[in-house]
Design a protein around this ligand. Structure first.
Ligand SMILES: [Zn+2]
Length: 759
């Protein structure tokens, strides 16, 4: 395809183009022989449409399900995917015609289509919206663009110095004409002259070459594992070898070497079938170079990446290679689950407990739960790896529904840290300070031994609340009514939900008093201020998404911590993920109670997971670590369990509470968020919805209540919460309810089956 044609085709794919008026079925009347069949073709579009639309196509076009086509919707031509074909359907003759088949796009495989159909029903989400997550790179439907490089042909040519330099460079490496001219320090005309004279021949190269195949080399990799790792790997490989669906929890304490164990499950799956594909899901934040380096070390290649950080071109190449089945090892964030793998044989969900697997915006889904469903449809295993399983997963493992592979020992010499609680009522920090004397002493001791300390507080900025001491006015975001967080480095007040920010004003907007603001509560910047006063000679660094906004910055700061160039790190939850700091021996949790506020169903569980992950950063190498947890509630179940490192005891207590309340996993939840530009429109829609809610045994519908965040980005929000007994088909209930209601188009109604965020 020449560049102009390619550009036009792309334009059509992206924006849709105008359809010709009433395209005739047969251009030439002679072709319209009566025995020429017409097929009815159902096409799903990657648009917010509930289901496929029907078209006609001549049977000779040979259209099959999964193919990419261009078809008219109203006056526009739009790309879509064939969902079903009814061969020789005379009734289809009156339908609009398919415009074009995109033969170069790898088809969406049957299993992906079935998965999407299932997900649409389960999530009560539009099929079109789900397809949009599957067909994520329209450019990949066209042949890969190419570029030309040149190689010497050896043909005789009138030689000059300049020409000789060009030919010498071309002999070293095949590069483009422009690059040849640059390297040989000649004008483009010299290179062109050699091409015209036949001394340089063009070679077309794809801009999207296939990825290198992973090197499986199972024997060598197994030899590097510890006996405990090998035993766990054997169990996972056994699951992979069964050719059947099974979910296995790989349950290993921080530092036990879980990653290397599941690598062997991946290798085994890929070794069994030369076309097999494996997908490893990671929380977005964990998709760092450090993780890629471990894949590279094991498989000799970096895996194909799929997440929000890859560029347009990388996305196009990855999508085409995955959809065509050539990419065999894929590492991605939650959205990778929807890619059209033709022969997926294993999914590993690493850090399965991580809340970032849940998507709340757009189509609400939980990638871990959908991964399990995907494996069940495909008939192959799913591995869930974590040091702190979610309650749901642990219960499934303990009841025998999931396999349970335990890796208990820390890898190598590392041992788990001692965990101590500091009761802040008994050992309070000085007035206006946040670190209790006991924690300060522990940090000082670590520094004296030339070791490192980490102070964890999951709040960015300086202080979470700015208050006017003259009138009591709280600085709030006009969009969300949530408190604005003070950031001293930038001198701004920031809404952490929407990113809205203003310079910190001199005067209170309410009473106009000058310089009357006080900062309430600590964030990382305020802890840093305190630490610098206590340890003026220490090298102190903040690690948060403000100081490390991208992968490169994360690598940089993690690298300096690893090399011992930082003495005290102050971090948000970004520090909890997978980093290995050999000289870190003291971890202090500044405010362990923070996550318990807010009445979230999973608040205790998440607090346990986060704090134990942070605590697990201490003492990863030969040195034993200490984790010190500051709390005002040392007798809360979660704190007692953290101190005793009694994860299963804690989860058992949590489970009993959830069971008594009929909450997940003993019951099911769904929410309906109704949002709109005005309170009136939202209230009217809520009233309609409330009246339409079906009554069913074992289902409670609560609300509408103002959503905990009543306003986001100027949209007013209210929420229904639905609780159902475990046996109830909650998706069918929600779907029946939604189908009864028609609300104003200004109002958005979003269903979230299994909600996690109660925001
Ligand atoms: Zn005031």
């Amino acid at each position: 395809m020449n560049p102009a044609a390619r550009r036009r085709a792309l334009e059509a794919l992206r924006r849709g183009r105008t359809a010709p008026a009433a395209a005739p079925l047969f251009d030439d009347p002679d072709d319209a022989a009566p025995d020429l069949g017409v097929d009815k073709v159902s096409v799903l579009f990657p648009l917010p449409l509930p289901e496929p639309f029907d078209y006609r196509a001549a049977s000779t076009m040979g259209i099959e399900p999964g193919m990419h086509v261009i078809a008219p919707i109203g006056p526009r031509l739009v790309r879509g995917v064939v969902w079903a074909v009814e061969k020789n359907s005379p009734a289809a003759a009156n339908l609009k015609a398919i415009d074009e088949v995109l033969l170069s796009g790898p088809p969406v495989p049957e299993m992906s289509r079935r998965f999407l159909d299932w997900a649409s029903k389960y999530l009560v989400a539009s099929q079109g919206n789900l397809l949009a997550m599957t067909v994520r790179s329209p450019d990949a439907l066209l042949p890969a663009p190419t570029y030309r490089v040149y190689a010497p042909t050896g043909a005789p040519v009138k030689m000059t110095d300049a020409r000789a330099r060009v030919l010498a460079e071309a002999a070293k490496e095949e590069v483009t004409a422009a690059e040849l001219a640059r390297r040989a320090e000649v004008t483009g005309a010299v290179v062109k002259g050699l091409i015209d004279a036949g001394a340089l021949a063009a070679i077309e190269k794809s801009e999207d070459p296939p990825f290198d195949a992973p090197n499986l080399d199972i024997e060598a990799a197994r030899a590097r594992l510890s006996p405990a790792q090998n035993a766990a790997a054997d169990e996972l490989v056994a699951a992979v070898s069964k050719d059947t669906f099974q979910t296995v929890l790989l349950d290993g304490v921080t530092g036990s070497g879980k990653t290397e164990v599941y690598f062997e499950a991946v290798a085994a799956a890929l070794a069994r079938d030369p076309e097999a594909q494996a997908l490893v899901l990671l929380p977005e934040i964990a998709l760092t170079q450090a993780v890629m380096a471990r894949f590279l070390k094991r498989f000799g290649v970096t895996p194909v990446e799929w997440h929000s950080g890859i560029g347009h071109k990388a996305r196009r190449r990855a999508w085409r290679e995955i959809a065509s089945g050539r990419a065999r090892l894929v590492v991605g964030a939650r959205s990778a689950l929807f890619l059209p793998f033709p022969k997926l044989c294993l999914i590993v969900v690493d850090e399965e407990h991580d809340p970032s697997y849940k998507q709340d915006e757009g189509v609400a889904y939980h990638a871990r739960d959908l991964a399990v469903a995907r494996g069940k449809l495909g008939g192959w295993p799913v591995v869930l790896a974590t040091a702190t399983p979610s309650l749901e997963t642990l219960i499934n493992a303990q009841s025998g529904r999931y396999g349970h592979v335990v890796l208990s020992a820390r890898h190598g010499a590392a041992v788990l840290p001692d965990v101590e609680l500091i009761d802040l009522k008994l050992d309070p920090p000085d007035k206006g300070k946040w670190l209790s004397p006991k924690l300060v002493t522990a940090v000082a001791e670590a520094l004296a031994r030339e070791e490192q300390a980490l102070l964890y507080i999951n709040r960015r900025g300086y202080a979470p609340l700015t208050l006017c001491k003259a009138c009591g006015h709280k600085m709030q975001s006009p969009e969300t009514q949530s408190w604005l967080v003070e950031h001293r480095y930038s001198g701004r007040l920031v809404c952490h939900l929407t990113g809205y920010s203003i310079p910190k004003p001199k005067a209170c907007p309410n009473c106009l008093t000058i310089d009357a603001f006080v900062s309430i509560g600590p964030g990382v910047e305020r802890i840093e201020e305190e630490v610098r006063l206590l340890f003026p000679d220490a090298r102190v660094e903040i690690f948060s998404s403000d100081t490390a906004p991208n992968g490169e910055a994360v690598r940089e700061i993690v690298g300096r911590m690893e090399r011992g160039e930082i003495d005290i790190m102050i971090g948000t939850q970004i520090v909890a993920k997978g980093h290995n700091f050999p000289s870190l021996t003291v971890v202090g949790v500044v405010d362990a109670d923070a996550g318990l506020k807010g009445g979230d169903l999973r608040a205790g569980e998440r607090t346990y997971q986060l704090i134990s992950q942070v605590a697990g950063r201490a003492g990863r190498a030969e040195r034993k670590g200490r984790a010190i947890i500051q709390t005002y509630a040392p007798h809360e179940d979660v704190m007692v369990a953290l101190a005793a490192q009694d994860r299963d005891g804690f989860l058992a207590a949590e489970a009993a509470g959830r069971e008594a309340a009929g909450m997940p996993p003993y019951g099911r939840l769904a929410s309906v968020i109704v949002s709109g530009p005005s309170d009136e429109a939202v209230n009217a829609a809520c009233e309609t919805l409330g009246k339409a809610s079906p009554s069913a045994d074992g289902v409670d519908v609560w609300g509408p209540a103002p959503a905990p965040l009543a306003v986001i980005r100027g949209r007013h929000r209210r929420r229904f919460l639905v609780r159902a007994d475990r046996g109830v088909d909650l998706s069918a209930f929600m779907s029946a309810w939604m189908s009864r209601v028609k609300v104003s188009s200004a109002v958005r109604v979003q269903v979230d089956v299994d909600p996690y965020s109660f925001l």
